[in-house]
Design a protein around this ligand. Structure first.
Ligand SMILES: Nc1ncnc2c1ncn2[C@@H]1O[C@H](COP(=O)(O)OP(=O)(O)OP(=O)(O)O)[C@@H](O)[C@H]1O
Ligand SMILES: [Mg+2]
Length: 312
């Protein structure tokens, strides 16, 4: 059963010569955690806004929880929760009041509301701060509260637009745990957007990589990384003054990329090849400032498909 079905979705903002979302198609399974991963301006928020009925598509169709986002907005809205990219809490109210206000809008009765507020506060570990005004919350606490608010009415599908943007590593990890737990305990389908390849990799069953309005790859993180396969060896050097082509010519190198002051070589068993690489560098008088051997990440997948980094 599909929670989301998107076909040929296109959005042109008035005055723009390009499509912010350009013939995008994908589906999300019920109960899945799915990410749209991509750089600034890729069209992630625009896609989310269309799926949450906040923006009209120029063409194409999308169904959320079985309802068409253009023809049956009210049913879509009743089925979803949203955490926006921009903070949207009322800072003058306490955490509990923010949650209560939201639950009232969804018509949840008093007793159920009180129980549910306790439940969601517990999940994001804000019980102790429930009666403090949000103005006094840290960035991570605010984001946790927004997450709690997004699912207080038990939506079928929860949209999270950059849920951990601007948070430190530790807080980000905690939010990941909450998202995972929520999906696990309540079975809610989660669609999130992120710049953060580790976030997509860690949390999501499948990832759609977005660039310039298009989905350029879509699969499980593992399958995406397997597209590259092999090991990657990155060499840091002053690339402008070196003949980097000599690395390209090594017979065990199956792919070569140059980016800023790094040359990245793809090969099997990089661990065994590093001495030979260093020997060549030394012979050519190339000073290697650092060497890094790694398995491909989703960032590498993006780099290999687009020739750019997610964070330029
Ligand atoms: N209201 C608007 N009017 C005109 N153009 C817009 C509007 N909103 C977004 N755009 C443009 O559409 C493109 C996609 O923007 P969008 O916000 O969907 O990207 P994003 O992937 O969410 O980026 P970010 O990672 O920075 O949040 C960008 O080129 C942006 O400038
Ligand atoms: Mg965005």
């Amino acid at each position: 059963m599909w929670a989301i079905e998107v076909r040929d979705l296109t959005k042109r903002y008035r005055g723009n010569g390009f499509a912010a979302v350009d013939h995008v198609s994908f589906s999300v399974k019920s109960g899945e955690i799915f990410a749209l991963l991509g750089p600034n301006g890729a069209g992630k928020t625009t896609t989310i806004k269309i799926l949450t009925t906040l923006l009209k598509p120029t063409s194409g169709t999308a169904k959320v929880a079985g309802f068409d986002v253009s023809k049956d907005k009210d049913s879509v809205r009743k089925s979803i929760g949203i955490v926006f990219q921009e903070p949207s809490l009322d800072w003058r109210l306490t955490g509990r009041e923010n949650l209560d206000f939201h639950a009232r809008i969804y018509g949840i009765g008093r007793k159920e509301r009180e129980e549910r507020i306790e439940e969601v506060l517990k999940l994001v570990e804000l019980e102790d701060k429930a009666d403090v005004v949000v103005d006094k919350y840290s960035g991570g606490m605010k984001r946790s509260l927004e997450l709690a608010r997004g699912f207080i009415h038990s939506p079928k599908v929860l949209f999270l637009d950059e849920p951990t943007l601007g948070l430190d590593t530790h807080t980000r990890r905690r939010i990941w745990d909450y998202i995972g737990e929520l999906n696990d305990k309540e079975g809610v389908t989660i669609v999130l957007t992120t710049h953060h390849m580790e976030e997509a990799d860690y949390l999501c069953e499948r990832v759609g990589i977005m660039n310039q309005g298009k989905i350029i790859a879509l699969d499980t993180p593992k399958n995406l990384k397997d597209l590259i396969g092999s090991d990657l060896v990155s060499l840091e050097m002053n690339t402008r003054d070196c003949n980097t082509d000599i690395f390209k010519k090594l017979d065990f190198v199956t792919d070569f990329r140059e980016y800023n002051d790094f040359v990245t070589l793809k090969m099997e068993r990089g661990d065994l090849r590093i001495p030979a690489i260093m020997e060549v560098a030394q012979r050519e008088g190339i000073e290697i400032k650092s060497v890094n051997l790694r398995k491909p990440s989703l960032e590498d997948v993006f780099l290999y498909i687009t020739g750019r980094r997610i964070r330029e």
